[in-house]
Design a protein. Sequence first.
Length: 380
Amino acid sequence: MLVLDDTYISPEVFAFAESTQEPIFDNASARRYASEGKKLNIVDNSQATNERIIAFSEAYLDEVKQYCDTETARAITLCKDKAECRRILAPLFPDYVFAEYSVDQLAEVDPSAFTLPVVLKPSTGFFSLGIYPIFSVEDWQAACDDIREHSNTWSEQYGATVVNNTNFLVESYLDGEEYAIDAYFNEQGETIILDILKHDFAGTEDVSDRLYYTSKVVVEDTMQAMKDFLIKSNELLDFKNFPVHVEVRVDEAGVVTPIEFNPMRFAGLCTTDLSYFAYGFKTYEMYLRNEQPNWDDVLADKAGKRYSMVMLSTDGTALPDTYSFDYEAVQRKFSKVLACRQLNAKQYNTFGVLFTEASDEDWKAESDYILHSSLKEFLS
């Protein structure tokens, strides 16, 4: 069963839904798409009890919980409560420090009581909205000021189910490389990994989602460590028939530490389609069919190539009422663009998403450029 929403549904997802006639959760978004001509198999939501379910954002999770089985509802609730998820996983990460505060308490917190740096973020969040690395007392004050100014906008854009602006976590700042994993736990609770993306940054204070990439090297070098981490985590979480988008950090010793588990979806804004452009399979189809990639076959001809998902995110500067973004010009900065998805930057804080393919040599220059670009040269 597919749960569609108004956030963004890709052409690839619509093509899959129409060609397979996969059951569609009955909600306002699905009905609107059907009224616009999409050939969707919208079914009674009572079927959700017996179906594998995959969403493409977290906008309708509260509705899904009303119809899905008890264990799936428990898993959704646990993932959305980052503090409780931390508490359950604490035996695996005894040195990891975290605390939860209401937004009203933040101004009363003495940041010098923490061993800096730490990270401040919403207890319920999406992408990198409201995430602040805190290296000093001044950083804390600036973060609190920014939360007061912008947090209502986050919830208005994505809904309180997706981004909650009332409770915040303070947690350990994790050193190391960051990765995102699209995976699911099958009916026995076994771990099935569908994609591994490396998340690159412009610097230590960058928390943007500008660049993720996957490659033969990324998958082969990290697969076993990521699988071991998910297996150990699920011994405590006990998820079954459940898809997750998991963000982690890996330190120099190879220790994998979770940033967060995101429930019932893979990479947001349908960017999980990177697996289709890179490797030829759809993660959501693999999950619904209880299948997994044969990674030896998938990676056989992928040596020396990197496949990227580039978020053309704004720099936070307010946009004029009318603006133009030169999508053709930005695509010329890359050696091979597989797809360009244009988005309303006023709604998404990003002009769009590019999926690219590059040789290892070309990728180095392309990634350095896009990580440091404000994109203002394409805006008029």
